[in-house]
Design a protein around this ligand. Sequence first.
Ligand code: DC
Length: 230
Amino acid sequence: MTEHIKSDVSVITIDGPSGTGKGTIAHMLAQTLNWHLLDSGALYRLVGVGAEKKGILLSNIKELVLFSLDMDVHFSRLFEGSIELNGEEVSNLIRQESSGELASLVAVIPEIRAALSERQLAFRQLPGLVADGRDMGTVIFPDATQKFFLTASPQERGERRYKQLINKGLNVNLRALLLDIAARDERDSQRAISPLVPAEDALLIDTTELSIDQVFEKVLTTSQQVLSKH
Ligand code: DC
């Protein structure tokens, strides 16, 4: 279980499935407020990628936990540019679809979630933290100052992801991508521990019909209102 140490440092959590724009919104918000940013998905991706590189089987939970606790990670500010894992530059590697798949597989293991929780809590530093993930508002920062949960239809999320990958020059098949998204959603929301569900006190935003700028406007205005009363 995650120990909840009382903290006066403000946290804004942005949870939801992939393809809702939450990573972009979290980044824009952290930059605007000049706060720290936690991309928690990157940590699960690093465990998946790192374990694969070391030849650790996903069934070898003991080794996986040791790896998660010991991995030496360097993020550049706001997770822009370089991400180093045990001295090796892995920012492009961890953004690949295959790494997302590995991340989703390690993320169902309760021992891995527990092993990563300390690292995530350590990001909570002044002047404040924007935390992006699946369980930021429910499990890691239940006392967050403001919680958001972004959604979008699976079709829209698939199309957004498709465009991103095509723009990167990758050869992708939209139908296969939609099936992958559906399988990953199912795994993330049905797992026994820390499933992908909105916190009861989260503000839900359906981004299907909204542009990134419209979502950001809503998130920023709400956050500023809450912070001015804090
Ligand atoms: O946000 P992302 O696509 O980088 O996340 C990759 C996977 O990691 C996602 O399929 C589920 C898992 N994850 C999680 O279980 N909890 C988090 N807080 C963040 C990500």
